[in-house]
Design a protein around this ligand. Structure first.
Ligand SMILES: Cc1cc2ncn([C@H]3O[C@H](COP(=O)(O)O)[C@@H](O)[C@H]3O)c2cc1C
Ligand SMILES: O=C(O)c1cccnc1
Length: 357
């Protein structure tokens, strides 16, 4: 498989409407800049859609699930079986992401990217299993290069199908016991940041558990002795199938000029891989929140990202993306619906007033 033919191409956004969008935002009946980050989001969505009147349609949350061989080394307080159990919970509508998706009228798509369980064929699940969980990256690469490419290509194609069905805004979520370990290694190697600064408690490790996780991940990074200049190799070594498929879906959605709602630590690690492959993808991303997982703040800073929310979420599943979606709607709505100083007959600031001498 030639990667260049399977990987989406993400184009740089034309800035031709930048001045007109800024002008439109600045003429709304509010002090300059008073809607804060919503103004940046309004500008960004206008540029992504190349219009002064953007519209959000069929908001879709894609939740990818996969298992991780490294859980055998004791890096999570929860057993691997929870991944499959939570997938069934998603399908029954009982998980946090189901609640928030319903609250905000977002479509939910649940994808088996590589869970170590055979699900019934006749469920709402999208069956895209690459393998029944990754290998333990403490001893060998998590997946082969061709499995990694399959996951990326499948993710891209699934996102493009959703875009063809009318979605122009996507949130990405994941479920995979052990995947904070995977994400920490991806961050450490791809950003050249010591693993100590990339590791956190995940689902709630105590101090001893955190020390064990750090020791396992240090050992794995030393074992593979890898540089961060080949994102695909790093992804195949430390990745999960859900992370790889999510990275592919992010690329596919950006190729279609969709708005990408980036969730927590794991989703941002998937984006890190995608951004190394296609740096323009960052122009399409709204960073929805800063996770409570240690490492996420640093990872966001590495990407130059300013998250919308900082409320101590540390769940994944795409919950931060779902929770922040109304803020993106608010950004689009104020751009489309707010009166301007001229249309409402409101006086603008007096020339020179407020200027500091
Ligand atoms: C019941 C339950 C529901 C979850 N939903 C998301 N995660 C989150 O926790 C996992 C990562 O943490 P670690 O690396 O510590 O295993 C991922 O599955 C992630 O999505 C969950 C975890 C649990 C236990
Ligand atoms: O930030 C996240 O995505 C996260 C943090 C802890 C556990 N699961 C997910």
């Amino acid at each position: 498989m030639n990667l260049n033919t399977i990987l989406p191409k993400v184009e740089s956004l034309s800035q031709s409407l930048q001045a007109a969008l800024v002008d439109k935002i600045n003429h709304k009946t509010k002090p300059l800049g008073a809607l804060g980050q919503l103004e940046a989001v309004a500008l960004q969505v206008g540029l992504i859609q190349q219009t002064l009147t953007p519209q959000l349609s069929n908001p879709t949350l894609m939740v990818f699930a996969g298992d991780h061989g490294v859980v055998n080394a004791g890096v999570s307080p929860y057993p691997q079986a929870v991944t499959a159990q939570m997938v069934l919970n998603f399908l029954q509508g009982g998980a946090a992401i189901n609640v928030f998706a319903r609250q905000h009228n977002m479509r939910l798509r649940v994808i088996d990217a590589g869970v170590n369980h055979e699900f019934d064929a006749n469920t709402d699940l999208i069956h895209a299993k690459v393998a029944a969980g990754t290998a333990n990256f403490l001893q060998e690469a998590a997946m082969t290069q061709s499995q990694c490419e399959q996951a990326l290509a499948t993710g891209a194609s699934l996102a493009k199908q959703e875009a063809a069905a009318g979605a122009n805004v996507f949130g990405f979520g994941e479920m995979g016991i052990g995947n904070t370990s995977s994400a920490s290694c991806l961050m450490s190697v791809l950003c050249a940041i010591p693993i100590e600064e990339c590791v956190g408690r995940g689902t709630g490790l105590d101090d001893a558990g955190l020390a064990q996780k750090l020791s396992v991940l240090k050992q794995a990074i030393d074992f593979h002795g890898m540089r961060g200049d080949n994102a695909l190799e790093v992804l195949a070594t430390f990745g999960g199938y859900e992370i790889a498929m999510m990275a592919g879906a992010m690329l596919g959605a950006a190729e279609q000029h969709a708005v990408l709602l980036i969730d927590g630590f794991i989703a941002t690690a998937a984006l890190l891989v995608a951004a190394q492959l296609q740096p323009n993808i960052l122009q399409y991303c709204v960073f929805t929140h800063c996770s409570g997982e240690a490492g996420h703040r640093r990872l966001l800073a590495h990407l130059g990202a300013t998250p919308l929310l900082d409320i101590g979420l540390r769940l994944g599943e795409g919950t931060g993306a779902a929770l922040a979606y109304p803020l993106v709607q608010a950004a689009v709505n104020f751009l489309n619906e707010m009166a301007s100083f001229e249309s409402a007959g409101v006086s603008t600031a007096e020339a020179g007033a407020g200027e500091t001498a």
